[in-house]
Design a protein around this ligand. Structure first.
Ligand code: AGP
Length: 614
């Protein structure tokens, strides 16, 4: 949450910072701001409510000179989204400016203490408390900014990624992190800072991921000094980021979400590359092979995740239990972390997170680690916190996902869980060689089948418009497609703001059926499989009550097709792989309904891509 950008070097900082903010806007977009040490030596802070484009209009005609600066795009935690609460925040003397991602939990007593020392606050934020506190420490000890930041952070409880500039020292930039990510791009006598690598990669692919409780100082001579809170010097480890500019641009698509939906065949192919060997009909997942003993020791698997990643985890439960016979529990990270769960060293805990930064999932795995569990991370963002906190894991290898609504990350998470299930089943000998090979062959065919499913795009775009009237939607699925009902409903809610609920279809008669009338669209996910006849009965029950039926069925279906008001056909596949196909029309339905309602699909209200606060 919140996007952070910083720059120091020979170039004009403002264009770099604004471009960086655009790239990071998916992390939060209720207000934005920039601070620059201008060429005349003054420290200017410009802020505005709304998006980065509003900030650009706001600074038109103002002094935006300077070769050092910081900028921020906000997702509000403390204080409503307005220009006062937007970052950067000045210190009292207006000599310092700070941007922050995270939450300072002890801001109230600190604020009181600062007010007792005569500091006056202009915003309701925890961030302003921090910069006032840093300045107070600096004045109290007569130390430099680096030391003041270090001392101040020792007294701070909470999570932060911060960048600070000092008008009296325009030759250095100070950054620090705990709990929230921060990446430093290393150029030629210049440094770039970002909450992730996206604002950096067009300038340099050399980056340093700042570690937990580390503070960095960057200067114009190209020196990067990193120490921890105890002042022990750390050696910066420069890594190469494998990300291209085209990965983070929309190309010819109107929205990132649509681009990412269409990327799914290639994304899944890349996720399987080097892992699924079609010639030898084998699966080689290094995250499992390298830790075979620990994985085989597991008597239970616990999957921790949030939102869409949780839905992927639920599909993971179905397939892992079916193929490996290991019991699997799927936990919301936010519940798991606070309920003193039973976890032992015989548990394998799988954390699933696109961003790799979700605060609740990070806390959940920390708890599981303390209780002795073995940790496996399934993440997309390379170098993010969860892969670094887990014992082993698998990256998705699908490139950045920028649309706030997760699409390609979901199908890649499900694919990775399927590869895990296959690997573990093979190691444990719980399925026959023939069945294993049949599954491998069919999984390999899925990207092509998704491509085929994409041909529904036009039909979906045409029919989705009909449903802009709806205030509620119901999604129904059974077995492997029950999690798809949940995911379809979440996709619709988050980008169209239409209320939607997903249910296992047989649960209808236990309550939700009371909602059905001629106004209610019911999305039925009913590929041709063992539960087909059961779902058919559920569809008849809805039809009898005049509900509008939108079905996702397998090509060649006749019975549900006849009962449907609108149907979308997908290619046939094995039961366990159907979620990878059935989700595609649901993603497109949400997208087109949201577009028809004039919603901002890539940046829906109140949401942010990376949820780094609990
Ligand atoms: C998905 O469309 C959502 N925006 C959201 O539920 C997301 O999946 C959740 O916040 C978890 O994020 P993560 O995968 O980065 O941990």
């Amino acid at each position: 949450m919140c996007g952070i950008v910083g720059y120091i070097g020979p170039k004009d900082a403002c264009p770099i910072l604004l471009k960086g903010l655009h790239r990071l806007e998916y992390r939060g977009y209720d207000s934005a701001g920039v601070a620059l040490i201008n060429n005349n030596g003054s420290l200017s802070v410009y802020k505005s409510k709304g998006k980065v484009a509003d900030l650009e209009s706001h600074i038109a005609g103002k002094d935006i000179s300077g070769t050092i600066g910081v900028a921020h795009t906000r997702w509000a935690t403390h204080g409503e989204p307005n220009s006062q609460n937007a970052h950067p925040h000045y210190s009292q003397s207006r000599n310092l400016a700070l941007i922050h991602n995270g939450i300072i939990e002890n801001y109230k007593p600190l604020k009181q203490e600062m007010m007792n020392h005569g500091k006056v606050f202009k915003s309701e934020t925890d961030t302003e408390v921090l910069i006032q506190f840093i300045e107070y420490i600096k004045e109290l000890h007569g130390c430099n900014l680096f030391e003041a930041v270090q001392l101040a952070l020792k007294n701070v409880v909470g999570a932060y990624a911060i960048v600070v500039i000092d008008k009296d020292n325009p030759n250095r930039l100070i950054a620090a992190r705990k709990g929230s990510p921060l990446v430093i791009g290393v150029g030629n006598n210049e440094f770039y800072i970002g909450s992730d690598a996206t604002p950096i990669i067009e300038y340099t692919n050399k980056v340093v991921y700042l570690g937990e409780e580390e503070i960095a100082e960057m200067n114009r001579q190209g020196d990067l000094t990193i120490v921890n809170l105890e002042n022990v010097k750390q050696t910066p480890i420069v890594k190469t980021v494998e990300m291209n500019l085209s990965d983070i641009e929309k190309a010819d698509f109107p929205h990132y979400m649509l681009k990412e939906i269409f990327e799914q065949p290639d994304a899944l192919f890349n996720s399987m590359k080097g892992r699924l060997n079609i010639e030898q009909k084998d699966v080689l997942l290094s995250g499992i092979i390298d830790y075979k003993d620990e994985i085989l020791k597991a008597e239970r698997i616990i999957i921790c995740a949030c939102g869409t990643s949780w839905h992927a985890g639920l599909i993971g439960k179905y397939i892992i239990e079916e193929l490996t016979r290991i019991p699997v529990e799927v936990e919301y990270s936010s519940e798991f972390r606070y309920r003193n769960p039973v976890v032992t060293d015989k548990d394998l805990v799988i954390a699933i997170s696109q961003s790799g930064e979700t605060a609740d999932t990070l806390a959940a795995i920390q708890l599981a680690k303390d209780k002795g569990a073995f940790l496996y991370g399934i993440c997309n963002v390379v170098g993010s916190s969860i892969p670094r906190a887990t014992d082993t894991g698998s990256y998705l290898h699908i490139g950045p996902e920028i649309g706030v609504a997760s699409t390609k990350a979901f199908t890649a998470q499900v694919t990775t869980l399927m590869l895990m299930a296959l690997s573990i089943a093979k190691l444990r000998g719980t399925i026959t060689k023939e069945y294993f090979e049949e599954l491998v062959e069919e999984l390999y065919a899925i990207p092509e089948k998704i491509k085929k499913t994409m041909e529904l795009n036009e039909k979906i775009s045409k029919y989705s418009k009909i449903f802009t009237y709806a205030r509620n939607f119901i999604y129904l699925g059974r077995g492997y497609n029950y999690p798809i009902a949940l995911e379809g409903a979440l996709k619709l809610k988050e980008i169209s703001y239409i209320h939607a609920e997903g249910y296992p279809s047989a649960e209808m008669k236990h309550g939700p059926i009371a909602l059905i009338d001629e106004e209610m669209p019911v999305v039925v996910i009913a590929p041709a499989h063992s539960k087909y006849e059961k779902i058919l009965s559920n569809v008849q029950e809805i039809k009898a009550r005049k509900g509008k039926i939108i079905s996702v069925i397998t090509e060649g279906d006749t019975a549900i097709k006849e009962l449907s008001d609108i149907y979308f056909e997908i290619p046939a596949t094995m039961d366990c792989f159907t979620p990878l196909l059935t989700i595609v029309p649901l993603q497109l339905i949400s997208y087109y309904i949201a577009i028809a309602k004039g919603r901002d699909v890539d940046q829906p209200r109140n949401l942010a891509k990376s949820v780094t606060v609990e």
